[in-house]
Design a protein around this ligand. Structure first.
Ligand code: PHE
Length: 346
Protein backbone atom coordinates (compact mmCIF):
# COMPACT_ATOMS: atom_id res chain seq x y z
CA UNK A 1 0.00 0.00 0.00
CA UNK A 2 1.30 3.42 -0.93
CA UNK A 3 1.84 5.66 2.05
CA UNK A 4 -0.22 8.89 2.13
CA UNK A 5 3.03 10.88 2.14
CA UNK A 6 4.25 9.26 -1.06
CA UNK A 7 0.81 9.79 -2.64
CA UNK A 8 0.90 13.45 -1.67
CA UNK A 9 4.44 13.83 -3.04
CA UNK A 10 3.33 12.32 -6.37
CA UNK A 11 0.39 14.73 -6.45
CA UNK A 12 2.70 17.63 -5.75
CA UNK A 13 4.89 16.62 -8.68
CA UNK A 14 1.96 16.17 -11.07
CA UNK A 15 0.30 19.50 -10.27
CA UNK A 16 3.69 21.24 -10.02
CA UNK A 17 4.71 20.14 -13.53
CA UNK A 18 1.36 21.30 -14.88
CA UNK A 19 1.77 24.77 -13.40
CA UNK A 20 5.39 25.00 -14.55
CA UNK A 21 4.48 24.24 -18.13
CA UNK A 22 1.75 26.87 -18.00
CA UNK A 23 4.17 29.59 -16.79
CA UNK A 24 4.65 32.32 -19.38
CA UNK A 25 7.45 34.44 -17.96
CA UNK A 26 10.71 34.04 -16.10
CA UNK A 27 9.17 35.96 -13.19
CA UNK A 28 6.27 33.53 -12.93
CA UNK A 29 8.76 30.72 -13.06
CA UNK A 30 10.91 32.17 -10.26
CA UNK A 31 7.82 32.51 -8.07
CA UNK A 32 6.80 28.94 -8.79
CA UNK A 33 10.29 27.71 -7.96
CA UNK A 34 10.10 29.35 -4.52
CA UNK A 35 6.63 28.01 -3.95
CA UNK A 36 7.45 24.44 -5.01
CA UNK A 37 10.99 24.00 -3.74
CA UNK A 38 11.71 26.92 -1.38
CA UNK A 39 12.04 26.93 2.37
CA UNK A 40 8.31 27.35 2.87
CA UNK A 41 7.33 24.80 0.27
CA UNK A 42 5.10 21.87 1.01
CA UNK A 43 7.90 19.57 -0.01
CA UNK A 44 10.19 21.09 2.59
CA UNK A 45 7.53 20.77 5.25
CA UNK A 46 7.08 17.13 4.37
CA UNK A 47 10.82 16.56 4.66
CA UNK A 48 10.64 18.01 8.20
CA UNK A 49 8.22 15.23 9.19
CA UNK A 50 10.71 12.56 8.23
CA UNK A 51 12.46 12.72 11.55
CA UNK A 52 9.34 11.31 13.22
CA UNK A 53 9.05 8.34 10.90
CA UNK A 54 10.40 4.87 11.51
CA UNK A 55 13.86 4.21 10.04
CA UNK A 56 12.48 2.06 7.16
CA UNK A 57 9.74 4.56 6.33
CA UNK A 58 12.25 7.39 6.51
CA UNK A 59 14.29 5.66 3.82
CA UNK A 60 11.38 5.13 1.37
CA UNK A 61 9.80 8.50 2.06
CA UNK A 62 13.15 10.26 1.87
CA UNK A 63 13.79 8.71 -1.54
CA UNK A 64 10.26 9.62 -2.74
CA UNK A 65 10.73 13.23 -1.67
CA UNK A 66 14.14 13.41 -3.39
CA UNK A 67 12.68 12.03 -6.61
CA UNK A 68 9.86 14.57 -6.42
CA UNK A 69 12.33 17.41 -5.93
CA UNK A 70 14.45 16.22 -8.89
CA UNK A 71 11.38 15.93 -11.14
CA UNK A 72 10.21 19.43 -10.28
CA UNK A 73 13.71 20.88 -10.76
CA UNK A 74 13.94 19.21 -14.18
CA UNK A 75 10.61 20.62 -15.25
CA UNK A 76 11.51 24.13 -14.03
CA UNK A 77 14.82 23.99 -15.88
CA UNK A 78 13.20 22.84 -19.13
CA UNK A 79 10.55 25.52 -19.00
CA UNK A 80 13.17 28.15 -18.21
CA UNK A 81 15.08 27.23 -21.37
CA UNK A 82 11.92 27.53 -23.48
CA UNK A 83 10.97 30.94 -22.07
CA UNK A 84 14.55 32.26 -22.32
CA UNK A 85 14.74 31.33 -25.98
CA UNK A 86 11.37 32.96 -26.63
CA UNK A 87 12.51 36.19 -24.93
CA UNK A 88 15.78 36.21 -26.91
CA UNK A 89 13.93 35.84 -30.19
CA UNK A 90 11.50 38.60 -29.34
CA UNK A 91 14.44 40.91 -28.53
CA UNK A 92 16.14 40.07 -31.83
CA UNK A 93 12.97 40.75 -33.77
CA UNK A 94 12.55 44.07 -31.99
CA UNK A 95 16.14 45.11 -32.68
CA UNK A 96 16.12 44.11 -36.32
CA UNK A 97 16.95 47.15 -38.49
CA UNK A 98 14.27 47.98 -40.96
CA UNK A 99 16.43 49.09 -43.85
CA UNK A 100 13.42 50.11 -45.88
CA UNK A 101 12.56 52.74 -43.32
CA UNK A 102 12.78 56.18 -44.87
CA UNK A 103 11.09 58.51 -42.41
CA UNK A 104 8.31 59.11 -44.91
CA UNK A 105 10.51 60.39 -47.76
CA UNK A 106 11.33 57.79 -50.37
CA UNK A 107 14.25 58.78 -52.60
CA UNK A 108 13.95 57.10 -55.95
CA UNK A 109 17.09 57.31 -58.05
CA UNK A 110 17.19 57.48 -61.81
CA UNK A 111 19.54 57.17 -64.72
CA UNK A 112 21.98 60.08 -65.18
CA UNK A 113 20.88 62.60 -67.86
CA UNK A 114 23.93 61.81 -70.03
CA UNK A 115 23.13 58.09 -69.89
CA UNK A 116 19.46 58.85 -70.62
CA UNK A 117 20.52 60.83 -73.68
CA UNK A 118 22.96 58.11 -74.77
CA UNK A 119 20.25 55.44 -74.50
CA UNK A 120 17.65 57.55 -76.31
CA UNK A 121 20.09 58.25 -79.12
CA UNK A 122 20.76 54.54 -79.50
CA UNK A 123 17.01 53.89 -79.58
CA UNK A 124 16.41 56.52 -82.25
CA UNK A 125 19.22 55.24 -84.47
CA UNK A 126 18.27 51.60 -83.97
CA UNK A 127 14.76 52.66 -85.00
CA UNK A 128 16.29 54.09 -88.19
CA UNK A 129 18.00 50.77 -88.97
CA UNK A 130 21.47 51.29 -87.50
CA UNK A 131 23.23 48.82 -85.23
CA UNK A 132 25.42 49.77 -82.26
CA UNK A 133 29.19 49.24 -82.09
CA UNK A 134 31.82 50.22 -79.58
CA UNK A 135 35.59 50.46 -79.38
CA UNK A 136 38.40 51.04 -76.86
CA UNK A 137 38.97 54.38 -75.11
CA UNK A 138 42.74 53.85 -75.16
CA UNK A 139 43.62 53.96 -78.84
CA UNK A 140 46.72 53.75 -80.94
CA UNK A 141 47.83 56.82 -82.81
CA UNK A 142 47.13 54.86 -86.01
CA UNK A 143 43.40 54.34 -85.33
CA UNK A 144 42.84 57.75 -83.75
CA UNK A 145 44.69 59.75 -86.46
CA UNK A 146 46.69 58.05 -89.13
CA UNK A 147 44.01 55.74 -90.54
CA UNK A 148 41.69 58.76 -90.51
CA UNK A 149 43.92 60.50 -93.02
CA UNK A 150 45.95 62.38 -90.44
CA UNK A 151 49.56 61.25 -90.89
CA UNK A 152 52.10 62.21 -88.19
CA UNK A 153 52.81 65.96 -88.30
CA UNK A 154 49.59 66.68 -90.24
CA UNK A 155 48.78 70.28 -89.23
CA UNK A 156 45.12 69.43 -88.54
CA UNK A 157 46.17 67.21 -85.63
CA UNK A 158 46.22 70.38 -83.56
CA UNK A 159 42.40 70.47 -83.87
CA UNK A 160 42.39 67.69 -81.28
CA UNK A 161 44.14 68.53 -78.01
CA UNK A 162 45.39 65.06 -77.38
CA UNK A 163 46.23 63.27 -74.14
CA UNK A 164 49.10 60.85 -74.75
CA UNK A 165 49.72 57.89 -72.48
CA UNK A 166 53.17 57.26 -71.09
CA UNK A 167 54.08 54.08 -72.94
CA UNK A 168 57.82 54.21 -72.17
CA UNK A 169 57.59 51.06 -70.07
CA UNK A 170 55.50 49.01 -72.49
CA UNK A 171 57.83 46.77 -74.53
CA UNK A 172 57.55 47.34 -78.26
CA UNK A 173 55.39 50.48 -78.00
CA UNK A 174 57.11 53.70 -79.08
CA UNK A 175 56.45 56.91 -77.13
CA UNK A 176 53.38 58.87 -78.27
CA UNK A 177 51.81 55.78 -79.79
CA UNK A 178 48.98 55.40 -77.27
CA UNK A 179 46.35 58.09 -76.80
CA UNK A 180 43.08 58.53 -74.98
CA UNK A 181 40.84 58.68 -78.04
CA UNK A 182 39.98 62.26 -78.92
CA UNK A 183 36.84 61.25 -80.81
CA UNK A 184 34.77 58.17 -81.65
CA UNK A 185 35.96 58.21 -85.30
CA UNK A 186 38.55 55.43 -84.76
CA UNK A 187 35.58 53.08 -84.28
CA UNK A 188 34.71 53.79 -87.96
CA UNK A 189 38.01 52.28 -89.00
CA UNK A 190 37.70 49.32 -86.63
CA UNK A 191 34.16 48.63 -87.88
CA UNK A 192 35.14 48.74 -91.56
CA UNK A 193 38.15 46.48 -90.93
CA UNK A 194 35.99 44.01 -89.04
CA UNK A 195 33.41 44.03 -91.84
CA UNK A 196 36.17 43.24 -94.34
CA UNK A 197 37.49 40.47 -92.09
CA UNK A 198 34.23 38.88 -91.10
CA UNK A 199 31.71 39.46 -93.84
CA UNK A 200 33.78 40.54 -96.82
CA UNK A 201 32.77 44.18 -96.48
CA UNK A 202 29.78 46.56 -96.45
CA UNK A 203 26.90 47.40 -96.26
CA UNK A 204 27.67 49.08 -92.93
CA UNK A 205 25.06 51.07 -90.98
CA UNK A 206 26.37 51.61 -87.45
CA UNK A 207 26.42 54.14 -84.62
CA UNK A 208 29.23 54.09 -82.04
CA UNK A 209 28.53 55.94 -78.78
CA UNK A 210 31.33 56.36 -76.28
CA UNK A 211 33.51 58.43 -74.00
CA UNK A 212 36.24 60.64 -75.47
CA UNK A 213 39.03 62.80 -74.01
CA UNK A 214 40.71 66.11 -74.83
CA UNK A 215 43.40 68.15 -73.11
CA UNK A 216 40.99 70.95 -72.40
CA UNK A 217 39.90 73.06 -69.44
CA UNK A 218 36.27 72.57 -68.43
CA UNK A 219 33.99 75.54 -69.07
CA UNK A 220 30.29 76.06 -69.68
CA UNK A 221 30.44 74.53 -73.18
CA UNK A 222 33.46 72.18 -72.99
CA UNK A 223 34.43 69.18 -70.86
CA UNK A 224 37.81 67.40 -71.00
CA UNK A 225 35.97 64.06 -70.76
CA UNK A 226 32.82 63.95 -72.81
CA UNK A 227 30.73 61.68 -75.04
CA UNK A 228 30.18 61.37 -78.74
CA UNK A 229 28.04 59.23 -80.96
CA UNK A 230 29.62 58.40 -84.28
CA UNK A 231 27.58 57.32 -87.29
CA UNK A 232 28.97 55.44 -90.25
CA UNK A 233 27.24 54.30 -93.42
CA UNK A 234 29.17 52.56 -96.18
CA UNK A 235 27.37 51.04 -99.13
CA UNK A 236 27.17 51.28 -102.90
CA UNK A 237 25.94 54.62 -104.25
CA UNK A 238 25.75 56.57 -100.97
CA UNK A 239 25.60 60.33 -101.56
CA UNK A 240 25.67 63.61 -99.66
CA UNK A 241 21.86 63.65 -100.06
CA UNK A 242 21.67 60.47 -97.96
CA UNK A 243 23.80 62.17 -95.32
CA UNK A 244 21.70 65.33 -95.01
CA UNK A 245 18.46 63.31 -95.18
CA UNK A 246 19.64 61.03 -92.40
CA UNK A 247 20.62 63.97 -90.18
CA UNK A 248 17.32 65.73 -90.74
CA UNK A 249 15.41 62.50 -90.09
CA UNK A 250 17.37 62.06 -86.87
CA UNK A 251 16.72 65.67 -85.77
CA UNK A 252 12.96 65.20 -86.12
CA UNK A 253 12.97 61.80 -84.42
CA UNK A 254 15.06 63.00 -81.50
CA UNK A 255 13.92 66.59 -80.94
CA UNK A 256 10.46 66.53 -82.50
CA UNK A 257 8.96 67.90 -85.72
CA UNK A 258 9.47 71.53 -84.77
CA UNK A 259 13.28 71.48 -84.88
CA UNK A 260 15.42 71.29 -87.96
CA UNK A 261 19.08 70.83 -88.91
CA UNK A 262 21.49 72.49 -91.31
CA UNK A 263 24.90 71.56 -92.67
CA UNK A 264 27.57 74.28 -92.77
CA UNK A 265 30.66 73.71 -94.94
CA UNK A 266 33.70 72.83 -92.87
CA UNK A 267 36.87 70.78 -92.85
CA UNK A 268 37.76 67.39 -91.42
CA UNK A 269 40.70 65.38 -92.75
CA UNK A 270 38.67 62.15 -92.77
CA UNK A 271 35.68 63.42 -94.74
CA UNK A 272 35.42 65.18 -98.06
CA UNK A 273 33.30 67.23 -98.42
CA UNK A 274 32.83 68.03 -94.72
CA UNK A 275 30.25 70.01 -92.79
CA UNK A 276 29.31 71.12 -89.29
CA UNK A 277 25.87 70.05 -88.08
CA UNK A 278 23.75 72.76 -86.47
CA UNK A 279 20.35 72.25 -84.82
CA UNK A 280 17.79 75.06 -84.70
CA UNK A 281 16.94 76.33 -81.23
CA UNK A 282 13.49 77.42 -80.11
CA UNK A 283 14.73 81.06 -80.02
CA UNK A 284 15.75 80.90 -83.69
CA UNK A 285 19.49 80.54 -83.10
CA UNK A 286 21.58 77.52 -84.16
CA UNK A 287 23.71 75.30 -81.96
CA UNK A 288 26.57 73.22 -83.34
CA UNK A 289 26.25 69.58 -82.27
CA UNK A 290 28.95 67.92 -84.35
CA UNK A 291 30.57 67.31 -87.70
CA UNK A 292 29.90 65.13 -90.70
CA UNK A 293 30.92 64.42 -94.28
CA UNK A 294 31.51 61.86 -96.99
CA UNK A 295 34.10 59.29 -95.89
CA UNK A 296 37.46 60.24 -97.46
CA UNK A 297 38.75 57.70 -100.00
CA UNK A 298 42.00 57.40 -98.04
CA UNK A 299 40.06 56.29 -94.95
CA UNK A 300 38.25 53.61 -96.97
CA UNK A 301 41.60 52.49 -98.38
CA UNK A 302 43.23 52.32 -94.92
CA UNK A 303 40.39 50.09 -93.77
CA UNK A 304 40.84 47.80 -96.77
CA UNK A 305 37.88 48.97 -98.89
CA UNK A 306 37.93 49.93 -102.57
CA UNK A 307 36.77 53.58 -102.85
CA UNK A 308 35.86 52.97 -106.51
CA UNK A 309 33.14 50.60 -105.36
CA UNK A 310 32.09 51.84 -101.92
CA UNK A 311 31.09 55.28 -100.74
CA UNK A 312 29.85 56.37 -97.37
CA UNK A 313 29.15 59.13 -94.93
CA UNK A 314 30.04 59.67 -91.31
CA UNK A 315 28.93 61.99 -88.55
CA UNK A 316 29.95 62.61 -84.96
CA UNK A 317 27.67 64.33 -82.44
CA UNK A 318 28.43 65.43 -78.88
CA UNK A 319 26.09 63.48 -76.60
CA UNK A 320 26.57 65.99 -73.78
CA UNK A 321 25.70 68.82 -76.19
CA UNK A 322 22.52 67.00 -77.19
CA UNK A 323 21.59 66.54 -73.51
CA UNK A 324 22.30 70.24 -73.03
CA UNK A 325 19.91 71.23 -75.83
CA UNK A 326 17.19 68.78 -74.90
CA UNK A 327 17.13 69.65 -71.21
CA UNK A 328 18.13 73.30 -71.48
CA UNK A 329 21.20 72.83 -69.28
CA UNK A 330 23.03 76.16 -68.88
CA UNK A 331 26.47 74.82 -68.02
CA UNK A 332 27.89 71.46 -69.15
CA UNK A 333 29.90 71.22 -65.94
CA UNK A 334 26.65 70.76 -63.99
CA UNK A 335 26.29 67.40 -65.73
CA UNK A 336 29.38 66.00 -64.05
CA UNK A 337 29.60 67.58 -60.61
CA UNK A 338 27.02 65.16 -59.17
CA UNK A 339 24.98 67.75 -57.31
CA UNK A 340 21.77 65.95 -56.41
CA UNK A 341 19.74 69.16 -56.52
CA UNK A 342 20.68 69.52 -60.18
CA UNK A 343 20.42 65.85 -61.18
CA UNK A 344 17.04 65.34 -59.48
CA UNK A 345 15.43 67.56 -62.11
CA UNK A 346 15.82 65.03 -64.91
N1 PHE B 1 35.36 63.17 -85.19
C1 PHE B 1 35.00 64.54 -85.42
C2 PHE B 1 35.30 65.36 -84.16
O1 PHE B 1 35.31 64.82 -83.09
C3 PHE B 1 33.54 64.66 -85.78
C4 PHE B 1 33.22 64.04 -87.08
C5 PHE B 1 32.85 62.72 -87.14
C6 PHE B 1 33.34 64.74 -88.25
C7 PHE B 1 32.56 62.12 -88.35
C8 PHE B 1 33.06 64.16 -89.47
C9 PHE B 1 32.66 62.85 -89.49
O2 PHE B 1 35.55 66.52 -84.24
Amino acid sequence: MTSPVVAEAEDLVRSGIQRVSAAESLDDLAELQTELLGKKSRLNAMRATLKDASPEDRKTLGRALNVSRTELEKSLKGRKAVITERVRRAALDAEQLDLTESLGRVRVGHVHPITQTWERLEDVFVGMGFSVEDGPEVETDWFNFEALNLPPSHPARSLWDTLYLDSSEIPGVAQEQLVLRTHTSPVQVRTMMRAVRESSGPPIYVVCPGRVYRRDTADATHLPVFHQIEGLVVDEGITMGDLSGTIEEFTKAYFGESLTSRLRPSYFPFTEPSAEVDISQSDGSWLEVGGCGMVHPNVLRHAGLDPERWTGFAFGFGIDRLAYIRHGVADLRDLVTNDMRFLEQF
